[in-house]
Design a protein around this ligand. Structure first.
Ligand code: G6P
Length: 297
């Protein structure tokens, strides 16, 4: 309880920002005239985001997720770092920062009511045992009528290091099988479901079963056209030359029921596979995403 009281004393404003405990985890609860959101201290993970101009959430999360210490919450925007996907030897997918507590450095409310949260995690004996580099990793998120997240990697050590990483954005759609994903056509991808076979995407993406792909040469915006909810979700990216599209269909991972894959899709700003990022000593590198929506009609 001490951590919860301390966060409330330091950052809650009695109106729009409060800290609550759900299950084993502490979350920041943001409720302003422009958006509602929940962000877990563990992983600095946005778990919910709904701008005021939308009737339904834009960020998807499982209906009844587990809020457990050391386990990533199913949904939201898990931060995958310093590797994206499986590790060659450790059974620790998507790195180690999504299951560790981050420190909240600063909270700011702008005149337009956008709330900015600045989170930080640094190396510890525990992380050095998994990945032998010192670092400072900042997540800066702006929660308003759009959602912007920047992940800033700073190399505090004497040697360069390489990372892969991802802002693993789960998005809510009316029906995954009726959406159209634009912006990734005419690119090559690796198909994880076919042993990472390389293939070419000639047209817009539609979903007819499980999809798990990494698209390369894609640093531009991607759009999800969702006729059922009459909305378009735009995903802008910064510092990301690869994009993951994932819908597990009935091959759902832990924390998700098969029927729950029907109204979600992940379109993720990542640096994955060959799209690695080298960070020289004292250098900083940014991975960013911006999620915004508008009506289709
Ligand atoms: O179950 P998780 O470790 O959270 O990973 C969930 C999913 O993340 C990404 O989208 C990967 O491309 C998928 O292969 C993976 O299944």
């Amino acid at each position: 309880m001490i951590a919860l009281e301390r966060l409330n004393q330091q950052f809650a404003d009695g109106k729009h920002i409060a800290f609550v405990k759900i299950g084993e985890l502490i979350l920041a609860k943001i409720d302003t005239s422009v958006a509602r959101a929940m962000v877990a201290v563990q992983g600095a993970q946005v778990v919910e985001w709904q701008p005021a101009h939308e009737d339904l959430p834009v960020v998807w999360r499982a209906n009844d997720p587990l809020y457990e210490t050391g386990k990533s919450i199913r949904g939201g925007v898990p931060i995958c770092w310093p590797w994206f996907g499986d590790h060659p030897t450790l059974t620790l997918a998507h790195g180690f920062v999504r299951t560790r507590d981050w420190q909240l450095m600063h909270v700011h409310t702008a005149p337009d009511h956008t709330v900015s949260l600045h989170w930080r995690i640094t190396d510890s004996p525990d992380t050095l045992a998994l990945w032998p580099h010192t670092f400072e990793l900042d997540a800066i998120m702006h929660i308003g009528s759009d959602l912007r997240i920047q992940l800033v990697t700073h190399n505090t050590g004497p040697e360069p290091f390489s990372i892969t990483q991802g802002l693993h954005t789960y998005l809510k759609v009316g029906d995954a099988r009726s959406i159209v994903i634009r912006g990734l056509e005419a690119t090559y991808y690796l198909d994880k479901l076919k042993g990472y076979a390389r293939d070419y995407q000639d047209d817009m993406i539609t979903i007819h079963g499980a999809v798990d792909r990494i698209y390369f040469g894609t640093n531009h915006a991607v759009e999800i056209e969702d006729g059922e909810l009459d909305r378009l979700i735009q995903i802008d990216k910064e510092g990301s030359y690869s994009t993951v599209v994932w819908n597990p269909d009935d091959r759902v991972p832990s924390g998700m029921r098969p029927e729950e894959s029907k109204d979600m899709v992940c379109v993720e700003a990542v640096n994955a596979a060959d799209d690695t990022v080298s960070v020289a000593p004292d250098e900083s590198r940014i991975l960013g995403t911006r999620i915004s929506t508008r009506r289709l009609t």
